[in-house]
Design a protein around this ligand. Structure first.
Ligand code: IPD
Ligand code: CA
Length: 269
């Protein structure tokens, strides 16, 4: 399969998975367990949706590896790994806020964000019925519309962020918000990292900064941003990863990264 065909497979599975998540949500959601922190929850639907995705990928691509939020990692023999968040925005999902997504990416190389090369991605928000897709060299798309990152206007940038589940990191996250606020017209915290990145790709957000993301939070969204002409990195010289994710147009990205680095150099966040 070439990159486009891998994208098509990701799309088919994301749509089926999104429909299942939506159906389960309408039936009512129960929290199954807490994970890294009390606020870090998993519902039965997260698990069921991931199992569906894993089964479909296992049928279609038995030699590929898998790295999912809920069911763990398995190495493959093909050099490709599927990086999956079955429901990104689980807290929104559990509270009945419609902003959540299925995020599926396929990456080449070691299943490790510093070195992998993303090949194709689909981020599907079932309640909003929005499908964001990309494949390497093929552009980023919302349905049939090609995406391009935006540039902030005179009023400043609309910047999204998020706060990890670990309460010990919240003070630092808030310091970072204060540090980037001079560049912002306003801040958004919508609750699903894959969609924050998709919205940067779509020009609905000018930029996005968050510490603490897991590989499945950013794998698909980062390819969307790059294919839409944007830049997505971690700290200088790094790919997006747990320590930092910064996404924006090239000029805003540089300004955001400078502020994030300044804060880090001053011994804060
Ligand atoms: C979370 C969301 C949230 C981000 C967290 C993620 P989950 O993913 O993407 O926006 O702030 O860092 O863990 O737990 O809903 O899949
Ligand atoms: Ca997630």
């Amino acid at each position: 399969m070439d990159a486009r065909e891998l994208r098509d497979l990701a799309v088919d599975i994301a749509k089926e998975a999104g429909a299942l998540a939506r159906r389960r949500r309408s039936e009512g959601v129960a929290i199954a367990a807490t994970k890294s922190a009390l606020a870090d929850i998993v519902t039965e639907a997260d698990r069921e949706v991931e199992l569906l995705i894993r089964a479909r990928l296992g049928d279609a691509r038995p030699d590929d590896g898998f790295l999912g939020e809920e069911s763990g990692a398995e190495r493959g023999a093909s050099g490709l790994t599927w990086v999956v968040d079955p429901i990104d925005g689980t807290v929104n999902y559990a509270y009945g806020i419609p902003h959540y997504a299925v995020s599926i990416a396929v990456v080449e190389g070691e299943p490790e964000p510093q070195t992998w090369d993303a090949v194709a991605a689909a981020v599907f928000a079932p309640t909003e019925d929005e499908l964001f897709t990309a494949y390497r060299g093929g552009g980023a798309w919302l349905g049939d519309a090609r995406l391009a990152v935006g540039e902030p206007g005179d009023a400043g940038a609309l910047i999204a962020t998020g706060f990890g589940y670990d309460p010990a990191t919240h003070a630092g996250d808030l310091e970072r918000v204060a540090q980037i606020m001079p560049l912002a017209r306003d801040i958004r915290r919508a609750g699903a990292a894959s969609l924050d990145l998709a919205y940067v790709a779509a020009g609905r957000l000018d930029g996005y900064v968050e510490r603490g993301l897991q590989p499945w939070d950013h794998a698909a969204g980062a390819l969307l941003v790059r294919e839409a002409g944007g830049v997505v990195t971690g700290m200088p010289g790094q790919q997006p990863d747990r320590p930092m994710t910064i996404a924006a147009s090239p000029s805003l990205h540089a300004a955001l990264q400078e502020r994030v680095v300044l804060l880090a150099e001053n011994g804060s966040a």
